[in-house]
Design a protein around this ligand. Structure first.
Ligand code: SOE
Length: 423
């Protein structure tokens, strides 16, 4: 028997995990459940008990690859199962509310991928269920994994220590380009009924959470703009868009390709936000910059082991951003991994998330971010959507006729106010 399977002498309690979903996030969470116990001293012993997916064959093959002991095709069965103490939800947003509420009511802890839900009403139900469950010692957490990228955790620590003085401005960008090609296929992520929103909820939600996490301040007011550049895309044989065959049929894209918004931040700071899947050439560039009266910190997750720090109090002849490699044992999470300088990647944040969740569960403490925090992010996202739908704050810069485009150029994108004026 391998040491991993010989549990007899281990005094720690078991944490049987059921994972719902085996796509991108299912893979990320699977590796985290397997890796975190090997690198961190966890107070409970996670067991990769059940993998749940509707496609029986695909679920079995993913379970064999990732080390899940058994599979189910209906999540309701694991919610009732005695060998499951925690349900980890990695299925599309439209499924979150039903699974999370049922699991919490059945006494299972819940980890739920972000964004918490597809609507504020769903997120409210989930937060209520989590509050009621917490009274019974059953705990819920939302998976904003980027909080656990060492550079972002360290930025939070620096800002809390006063390293940038009084916060003035935040610049937050999340740039991807997988929707640049108009012939790229439909997936559930482009369907509002399944995903809730597009770039806004999928990657803009990370920006909102990361900014609030680093600054410790909430976004209080927003003004937003959403746009879908490609409104129809080819349908594939499989809705998930992986491994399907091309078809001549086209599906309607019902979510935003790009979301841009400005925000007022508690305490008087200003924020600009951009979340887009059409930033040609940018693959997964999450960039944050926090400017204060005494300094600034900047992060670019395409260089995720680094943080740039500017100290406005340095001697004038030494002013400038310094790059700190966030891999010293003194940096968040780093001591459990490799020797100084050897670096971490995207997946490590998910292992850190498992580590922090298990530690909180063993202590009977609320893991963060809670469902209440997930609900607050959902409210910000919905406010951006409402603001974008209400074009009344757009101000045309000139009468439409004052600007004549050369015929060879594509038609100008019309602002909501110009469109309203023209109709
Ligand atoms: C998961 O945290 C996630 O937000 C995915 O849902 C996005 O698609 C990915 O690009 C970033 O990570």
């Amino acid at each position: 028997m391998s040491p991993e399977n010989d549990d007899s002498a281990d005094p720690r309690g078991d944490l049987g995990v059921a994972l719902i979903g085996h796509g991108f996030m299912g893979a990320a969470h699977s590796q985290a459940w397997r890796t975190a116990p090997a690198f961190f001293d966890l107070p409970l012993r996670p067991r990769t008990a059940v993998l749940v997916g509707r496609d029986v064959e695909a679920t079995r093959s993913a379970a064999a690859r990732w080390g899940w002991r058994r599979t189910e095709s209906d999540w309701r069965r694991v919610v009732e199962s005695d060998d499951v103490q925690l349900v980890d939800i990695c299925s599309p947003g439209s499924t979150h509310v039903e699974i999370a509420v049922a699991a919490l009511e059945a006494g299972k802890h819940v980890l739920c991928e972000k964004p918490l839900a597809n609507t504020v009403a769903e997120a409210e139900r989930m937060a209520e269920a989590a509050a009621a469950a917490a009274e019974r010692g059953v705990l819920a957490m939302v998976g904003f994994s980027y909080r656990r990228v060492p550079a972002i955790t360290f930025a939070r620590d620096l800002v809390a220590r006063g390293a940038i003085g009084e916060l003035r401005q935040v610049r937050a960008l999340y740039l991807q380009d997988w929707l640049v090609d108009p012939e790229g296929p439909m997936t559930w992520r482009l369907d509002k009924a399944a995903a809730g929103s597009g770039s806004l909820g999928d990657i803009g939600a990370h920006l909102v959470d990361a900014v609030q996490f680093v600054t410790g301040r909430a976004l209080t007011d927003v003004s937003g703009l959403l746009h879908t550049f490609t409104t129809e895309r080819p349908l594939l044989g499989e809705v998930r868009g992986l491994g399907g065959t091309a078809s001549s049929e086209r599906g309607q894209v019902t979510v935003d390709d790009a979301a841009i918004f400005t925000a007022c931040i508690e305490g008087g700071a200003l924020g600009t936000f951009e979340a887009t899947r059409v930033a040609t050439g940018r693959k997964n560039a999450l960039r944050l910059e926090f400017s204060g009266t005494g300094g600034a910190v900047a992060i670019d997750l395409e260089r995720m082991n680094e943080i740039e720090v500017y100290d406005a109090g340095a001697p004038v002849d030494q002013l400038g951003f310094r790059t700190i490699y966030v891999t010293e044992p003194e940096h968040p999470y780093a001591a459990s991994w490799w020797p100084t300088g050897h670096g971490l990647g995207y997946e490590h944040a998910f292992s850190h998330q498992v580590r922090d969740l298990v530690v909180a569960l063993a202590a009977g403490e609320q893991p963060t971010p809670s469902f209440a925090e997930g609900l607050q992010v959902q409210r910000v996202l919905e406010a951006v959507e409402r603001s974008a739908a209400d074009g009344s704050r757009w101000t045309p810069t000139a009468p439409a006729s004052a600007f004549t485009r050369p015929a060879s150029e594509p038609p100008a994108t019309t602002s909501p106010a110009t469109a309203a004026a023209a109709s």
